[in-house]
Design a protein around this ligand. Sequence first.
Ligand SMILES: *Cc1c(COP(=O)(O)O)cnc(C)c1O
Length: 403
Amino acid sequence: MSGEPVPFFSPRLFEEDRATALRLIHEVGTAPEQRFILGEHTRALEDALSRSLDGAHVVACGSGTTALTMALAALGVGRGDEVVVPALGCAPLASAPLALGATPVFADVDPVTLTLDPEDAERQVTARTRALVPAHLFSTMADMPRLRALAAARGLRLMEDSAVAQGAVLAGTPAGLWGEAGVYSFVQVKTFGMPGEGGVVITRDAELAARVRLLRNHGQADGERFTHRLVGHNSRFDEIQARLQLHRLPGLAPRLARRAQLVDAYTRLLAPLAEHGVIAPPPGRDGRCGYVYTVLAEDRDGLAGHLRAEGVGTHVYYPRALPHHAAFRRCAPPGRRWPVAESAAARMLSLPLYPELTDAQVARVADAVWRFVERRAQHPEQIREFSDATDRSPASRTEANPR
Ligand SMILES: *Cc1c(COP(=O)(O)O)cnc(C)c1O
């Protein structure tokens, strides 16, 4: 019970940029051209990101979700197709294929990285499978070399949900450039989050990029209004946000470096608990992103309650596997289970991770986790009671989770 509370989300998002943001709103808002979407600032942001990605094409979109949907459409995914996705992750993995009339086919995840298991993904491939969509999760990239080999061997399109992995690099290749197309999300909590909605598609394929460019603005080419070449979407990027992201871009690398340090520190402090019911994510720097720091805890709700009592905020992403949501159950073959995803959904607990976090705060969080483990070792009955009480929260009542 020591020190100030450590909230889960940064309480000071964009604080450093507040004055600049106000100035930019005024500048863009009063500029003679009165251009608020897809103007010169959006283009400049795309160009700056492209330069940081070895010249890959970058198309700015209204959100990470629409970026993913449009990239899949541009890859030819449509009605009747099957798309293999991980059973653990966020809703767009399932809803993006469904929006295109395709069916998400859920494969289980790897027990260590919690990302798409290449072997189970291969078992799900049928004659109707059009694409493979692995997602990087929390702090770990998917096994892209094996998934790329699988896509090549089975003639599948490879779309990378790298929404959370901007800045991560695996074996010299940035997240987002392993697949034929990738996405980054700029929603506020992501590593290049901004105060609003936005994202990008990245690809080395010029034609694919051109198709997404059309799709994001009702099928119109830039500068060719009211000529609709494709049935598109409204997924346009905001000029004020583009200007602000350009201002914040030089700070991204140092913020990512700080996140990586914090991840290393957590892992160093928590790895010894692996034998005692709390498993830290895999160590190392290659193929790692510092988006969210998630441990697997045997008594997840007990640990969350203990940390809350010690003033440490935590979060459960994701309390159930994707196929067990009402929205996606119709895509889950009756009786099929995803044992690793289901067990992870019952055990995952995310700890605070943001660049403003101090070393002392990380040590304080880790100490609190240690105290939980020690107390549980001494008084197993007492902790069990506590966790039963916290089990009544709706988020933790996940009927499909074997606990
Ligand atoms: C955040 C996220 C998205 C969606 O991005 P939005 O910008 O929120 O639409 C897609 N996939 C993953 C894995 C994400 O974490």
